[in-house]
Write a protein that binds this ligand. Structure first.
Ligand code: SF4
Length: 730
């Protein structure tokens, strides 16, 4: 399959047209996309009270293929009545993520009991009765509660409140497998774990660092902003071991000139080794210090730790920096010169930075580099972790974490007059390991695909298999329903965001809280998450306790509680009246006064990690494709990388030759956690030699459960693999 030469453009427009016809016509599809709901897909954020396809700068039309794919998936017909009679578990396990997703909408509760051939439909009373009975029988710390960014702030707040009052802190969310390292790293620097800037600040930048990510594929509407910056004469430095098509050239469909001619995005494209970012960023910082381009006033008055960092930078040698990063001193010098000349620089990154055992240090060093030139704490500049799922940040903000921040915890106790448990709760991987050790008996997953998100897929299946009960709240089928099976697995079908009977809220990666109106249901079976959670909580805990669970079935009442207890969310209490979407207080730093106890940012000294891999092994990064959203695969092809299938390993031609591999040869790929056989080896000059690329989540079977100790984020992009052609015939 030929690789396209630019991202976006006519293929995206043709795709939109095809999608619209598939779901019942252009008008119907357009109306759905324009409804007053936050986009269901990535965290850049569109929609809300200004209507769909409107971004935070008020620009219209802003929509992308991913948003359309998610919408089309929700507009699917129901799964056929006889589907589960025709598909045993063994058969479901043979279906690809795309085939499972495309089976249709879940509309009736389902149960699978070990020993049965497959799932069978059950009534809502039966399904809820099983869950409630089990919860009453277990002790709270035998349970865990996993949240995904698909859910609303209201559903998330209510479920974590229920779980805590029920008696456990085993509460966590999908960001432990994506951006937790950003949250932990940023909190250790500024006192706040999210972006320090607004979309309008990004629009003012004259230099954007795009590190370890591919927004052309995963956050497509961010490309409009990068196009605008480039058109104003600004620069974009891309740091990525792979030359990604859309980061070189992108055709913004809503801009006629860009659509026709394309827009050059990267002004400098640097390819470090996988895991070499910390060394590279340290090298740039060292050059900035050598050049005398630091903002000493900023460092002296608004930061702590500059003397120690300066000493570290002076001490680290260029040979170490260049070897561990894989980048020459000349390239580093060029980056530093561009940075030193910039007026407003924004540092953005995605999971190429967080998916490492040193993910937190990566983030700390990026932040230090920004602070060294005073690029945090004023308008037009700042730090931007590019978050994945539409409300993943909100789910963390409203308390779906093991340990609440002190102010939040105190207010929550006072507001409801309760004593909450103070036992240490488990993070996501901690829950999987506890389940595997037989210490947990019930898991509840509010959306997402916990199995599919895990490293070491074999271990994940075993861990979930040791539970007595696993409850999934989902809209469509995913691989978790086929491979993540407890003794009893219950699927509760839920409404999509734009089908909710009441308003809900979501938070974007720029810290804007949007209000979604919901809308008419597309199917009769599914129920709203908030109503479901409130009902379960009322039955398990009774109505005579400190929380009137039945009244919490009204999302407006939950918003009152969020406004009262979640720091920064005070405006939530008025949002039903005002309809005013708001920036969360205390997170945007337009002044150099930070959320640390003394108002100063902290600079950290980070040692350079060893570069993994040697002559026999390669560094592996697992990536998403253009037609994919997290674990949900909408298309098997990846047009940006020119791939027609996903069971491939993409290697630099030099590595192919060194390993004696022919093009399209079947190989065995071995990682620390497992191996995959029959993988097609393909030459891919765009990847830096010594490194390899495979698709997530299929390659998770290779990835060990090795995490960053501070954030517990697994090193999905720091794995070492061996590729053997001889073990499998072609
Ligand atoms: S870029 Fe993200 S928020 Fe915007 S339309 Fe696409 S998926 Fe939705």
């Amino acid at each position: 399959m030929r690789r396209v030469t630019s991202g976006g453009g006519w293929p995206a427009i043709r795709y939109a047209w095809r999608m619209a016809r598939q779901v019942g016509g252009v008008v119907k599809f357009y109306k759905a996309l324009r409804s007053k709901n936050a986009c269901k897909t990535c965290a850049v954020g569109m929609g809300g009270q200004r209507g769909g396809m409107v971004n935070e700068a008020g620009r219209f039309p802003e929509v992308c293929k991913k948003a359309m794919q998610a919408m089309a998936a929700d507009m699917q017909p129901a799964i056929a009545d006889d589907f589960f009679a025709r598909h045993s578990i063994a058969q479901l396990q043979q279906l690809s993520p795309r085939e499972l997703e495309a089976s249709g909408r879940l509309t009736t509760p389902l149960v699978y009991q070990r020993g049965d051939a497959g799932y069978r439909p059950i009534s809502w009373d039966d399904a809820l009765g099983r869950v409630i009975q089990k919860l009453k029988a277990l002790s709270p710390d035998e349970t865990f509660w996993y949240f995904s960014g698909r859910s609303s702030n209201e559903a998330g707040f209510l479920l974590q409140l229920f779980a805590r009052i029920y008696g456990t802190n085993n509460i966590n969310n999908c960001s432990y497998y994506c951006h937790q390292a950003s949250g932990v790293g940023l909190t250790s620097v500024t006192g706040s774990g999210t972006a320090t800037l607004l979309l309008e600040d990004l629009e003012q930048a004259d230099l954007v660092f795009l590190i370890g990510g591919n927004p052309a594929s995963n956050h497509p509407r961010l490309m409009t902003t990068l196009k605008n910056i480039r058109r104003r004469g600004g620069q974009v430095i891309v740091i990525n071991p792979v030359v990604e098509t859309g980061l070189v050239n992108f055709r913004v469909p809503s801009d006629p000139l860009s659509l026709l001619l394309g827009t050059r995005i990267a002004t400098q494209y640097v390819q470090p080794h996988i895991g070499g970012d910390l060394a590279l960023i340290t090298g740039v910082a060292k050059r900035i210090e050598e050049m005398g381009a630091v903002d000493l006033q900023m460092l002296d008055q608004h930061c702590q730790g500059w003397p120690q960092l300066a000493e570290h930078l002076r001490g680290v040698g260029w040979e170490e920096i260049c070897t561990k990063s894989g980048v020459t001193k000349q390239q580093i010098d060029q980056i530093a010169k561009t940075y030193a000349a910039a007026t407003n620089a924004v540092f953005s990154w995605t999971m190429g930075i967080t998916h490492h055992a040193h993910g937190v240090q990566n983030v700390q060093m990026i932040a230090a580099l920004a602070l060294m030139r005073g690029m945090v704490g004023r308008p037009g500049a700042g730090l931007l972790p590019i978050r994945g799922h539409s409300n993943v940040q909100g789910i963390g903000s409203i308390g779906a974490v093991p340990k609440l921040k002190e102010a939040f915890f105190d207010r929550l106790q006072n507001h409801f007059g309760i004593q909450l448990p103070t036992t240490p709760g488990l993070d996501t991987l901690g829950c999987m390991e506890s389940a595997h050790a037989g210490r947990l008996k019930l898991g509840c997953c509010l959306g997402g695909n916990l199995f599919g998100s895990n490293p070491d897929a074999r271990f994940a299946a075993e861990a979930l298999g040791k539970l007595e009960t696993l409850v999934y709240l989902n809209t469509t089928l995913n691989t978790g329903h086929a491979h993540g099976l407890a003794d009893e697995t219950i699927i509760l079908p839920v409404l999509a965001r734009d089908e909710e009977p009441q308003r809900t809220t979501q938070e974007s990666m720029f810290n804007l809280v949007r209000l979604s109106d919901g809308g008419p249901r597309r199917h009769t079976g599914p129920r709203g998450e908030v109503q479901l959670i409130a009902g379960i909580a009322a039955d398990v805990l009774g109505s005579e306790g400190p929380v009137d669970w039945r009244s919490m079935a009204q999302t407006g009442n939950i918003r009152q509680a969020i406004g009262a207890v979640v720091p920064g969310f005070e405006k939530m209490a008025q949002i039903d009246r005002s309809r005013e979407e708001f920036q969360i207080a205390g997170r945007t730093f337009h002044q150099p006064r930070f959320a640390t106890p003394d108002g100063r940012a902290r600079l950290h000294v980070c040692a350079l990690p060893e570069l993994k891999g040697d002559g026999d092994s390669l560094r592996l990064m697992t990536v998403r494709s253009e037609g994919q959203f997290n674990t949900v695969v909408y298309e098997d092809q990846d047009i940006y990388r020119g791939q027609d299938r996903r069971d491939v390993i993409l290697l630099n031609p030099d590595d192919m030759q060194r390993l004696g591999l022919q093009a399209e040869q079947r190989v065995t790929v071995r990682g620390a956690a497992g191996s995959l056989q029959g993988i097609l080896a393909r030459a891919f000059p765009a990847i830096r030699a010594g490194n390899a690329l495979m698709y997530f989540p299929e390659a998770n079977v290779l990835i060990p459960r090795h995490t960053d100790p501070a954030s517990k984020t697994p090193a999905f992009k720091g794995a070492v693999i061996q590729v053997q052609g001889a073990a499998v015939g072609s």
